[in-house]
Design a protein around this ligand. Structure first.
Ligand SMILES: Cc1cc2nc3c(=O)[nH]c(=O)nc-3n(C[C@H](O)[C@H](O)[C@H](O)COP(=O)(O)OP(=O)(O)OC[C@H]3O[C@@H](n4cnc5c(N)ncnc54)[C@H](O)[C@@H]3O)c2cc1C
Length: 347
């Protein structure tokens, strides 16, 4: 009997897998490569919601855990994927500068917003009003993390590249059976793919499509992430990741002409140098109506659990949520009411 089956190996699934490994639990992971959200994500982590000047929910706890969690994996895989690099908010007016200073006075934002306006000149960008620097930021190169982590799981025989067949699940009081396997628990972490899961697809996972580019801009010299209506993230070799769009209607993983035009327009608001589009990606973020994750246990099947709803911030959230779900299942530690699926009376 295996302790766990995990369905999905995006940021959520691998965070749970790593948590299990750290507690010497046995498991197997299924993934069918049907969702692209984690692999194409910008990967930025930023404790401040710059649009509204508010702190990300539970930011301190999430950042602290994410830092140590990814550092442990980097060491284990002997690969760097967590890059600590500042995020600069470009100011377009004196009013924006003033709003920044007002926000940086708030006790919960003060640790994260520098009070010095940066007047650095970057080739390729005009910024007469300067930039505000967000502290404790960076990005996780998600494709590097996922590729290496999947290889690692494969080397341990813990990874199955296959579609999980929900109709083959048999539930019992103290275990489940799936094809020729027995497990104590299943954790479903399928991102937007949850809609195919008959056990949990009543939950209000809206999904928000996002598109992003890799561009080449030989004249752009940038050693920080610029964030305005889109972010521009330097990758080296004159390459930059730029994103992302938000579309609440289209739920496909296909890049569109509209998304392309929107990104081009946004880039032109920031850059005054030439650029060419090298790649164009799309994916659906697993967003929830109330902007809180979906964690918990199926009300009728005590061995079926969900780890979903990471929304727009999977990088920062995944380690904390994996830990919360693990503590809930194994140690009976209650979930915060705001993330527990019990808040939806749908069954
Ligand atoms: C354009 C874009 C930009 C983003 N930028 C950022 C950012 O800068 N910072 C940030 O923190 N977050 C960002 N995000 C959000 C982040 O990507 C998500 O929060 C995160 O990827 C969600 O991870 P997940 O593991 O829950 O879901 P997913 O990444 O969707 O993973 C689900 C996995 O389950 C698998 N699966 C589904 N159904 C089945 C099945 N039946 N059988 C087997 N396998 C199955 C899929 O193949 C997939 O691998 C961005 C997202 C997008 C789309």
């Amino acid at each position: 009997m295996t302790d766990y089956i995990i369905v999905g190996s995006g940021l959520a699934g691998i965070a749970f897998a790593e948590t299990l490994l750290q507690h010497n639990k046995s498991f197997i992971v299924f993934d069918n490569n049907s969702q692209s959200s984690s692999s194409i994500a910008g990967g930025l982590y930023n404790p401040v919601i710059l649009k509204r000047f508010s702190q990300v929910w539970n930011a301190n706890k999430q950042l602290e855990l994410a830092n140590s969690f990814y550092a442990v994996i980097e060491k284990k895989l002997a690969t760097q994927f967590d890059f600590k690099i500042p995020i600069y908010r470009k100011f377009f007016s004196v009013e924006e500068q003033n709003n920044w200073f007002t926000a940086s006075d708030k006790p919960n934002l003060a640790p994260f917003l520098s009070t010095t306006i940066v007047h650095k000149k970057y080739n390729g960008i005009d910024s007469p009003f300067g930039y505000g620097e967000v502290l404790h930021t960076g990005y996780v190169d998600t494709i590097t993390l996922l590729t290496h982590y999947h290889e690692y799981l494969k080397s341990l025989n813990l990874f199955v590249s296959d579609t999980f067949d929900y109709t083959a699940v048999k539930t019992f009081d103290d275990h489940i059976e799936y094809q020729n396997r027995k497990a104590k628990h299943i954790v479903f972490a399928e991102g937007f793919g949850m809609h195919s899961n008959p056990f949990f697809n009543q939950l209000p996972l809206d999904g928000t499509k996002g598109e992003l580019f890799i561009i080449r801009a030989a004249d752009l010299d940038l050693d920080v992430i610029i964030n305005t209506s889109v972010f521009i993230l330097p990758l080296g070799d004159n390459l930059f990741k730029v994103g992302a769009t938000y579309n609440w209607e289209d739920k496909t993983n296909t890049p569109t002409a509209e998304g392309k035009q929107e990104l081009i327009d946004r880039i032109k608001e920031i850059l005054n140098c030439d650029f060419e589009i090298v790649e164009h990606f799309a994916g659906v973020r697993p967003t929830v109506k109330d902007r809180r994750p979906l964690l918990g246990t199926h009300p009728k099947h005590a061995n079926l659990h969900i780890l979903n709803g990471l929304g727009t911030r999977g990088v920062m959230l995944a380690p904390t949520l994996a830990k919360d779900l693990y503590d809930f299942i194994e140690n009976g530690k209650p979930l915060d009411k705001t993330i527990d699926i019990k808040r939806y009376a749908i069954w």
